[in-house]
Write a new protein. Structure first.
Length: 164
């Protein structure tokens, strides 16, 4: 299996697995622990470093490395999209209701009135659908993958041989 495909599949599987850890532990219902979700960024960067090391051994140029890292992210994003849909529609069908409850509690704890908190929840509702959440996760995976690949490829790119 090519390194780009291998890394992309690994990225998708690890992020979806972490998503399910967040679900099984119930961290998505805790305003503080919900932030643990953002470990997915570290997972993505780690997988990209590993994958781009593999492609660097193939002799890819800087542009080739950036392209490979972005493609790893695209492959991962497809898996993440599907995993997110599964998570929010089949395994945790009340996810968004529970998330809104957490948001409501958080807003009130921050000093909002119940009416203000409810208004804020209403503003967020259009993005709190299985499709929108899955699409946002997929797009952010690709954006993060591209930006991280720009940096990682600069560090890992094959250096030209020293001239005598």
């Amino acid at each position: 299996m090519k390194p780009t495909l291998k890394a992309g599949i690994l990225l998708g599987i690890l992020v979806v697995a972490w998503m399910f850890v967040i679900g099984v532990t119930g961290w998505y219902k805790d305003p503080v622990m919900l932030n643990m979700f953002y470990i997915v960024v570290l997972i993505e960067i780690g997988v990209l470093i590993w994958g781009l090391r593999l492609t660097a051994k193939e002799g890819k140029t800087y542009g080739g490395q950036v392209g490979a890292g972005t493609m790893m992210a695209v492959i991962g994003a497809v898996i993440i999209f599907l995993g997110s849909i599964l998570f929010t529609t089949v395994v945790y069908p009340n996810y968004f209701v529970e998330l809104r409850d957490v948001g409501r509690q958080t807003f009130i704890a921050q000093g909002m009135t119940a009416e203000q908190a409810e208004a804020q929840i209403k503003l967020m509702e259009p993005t709190q659908t299985p499709f929108m959440q899955a699409m946002t996760g997929a797009v952010m995976t690709v954006v993060t993958g591209f930006v991280a690949s720009l940096v990682i490829a600069a560090v890992l790119r094959k250096k030209p041989a020293a001239q005598a």
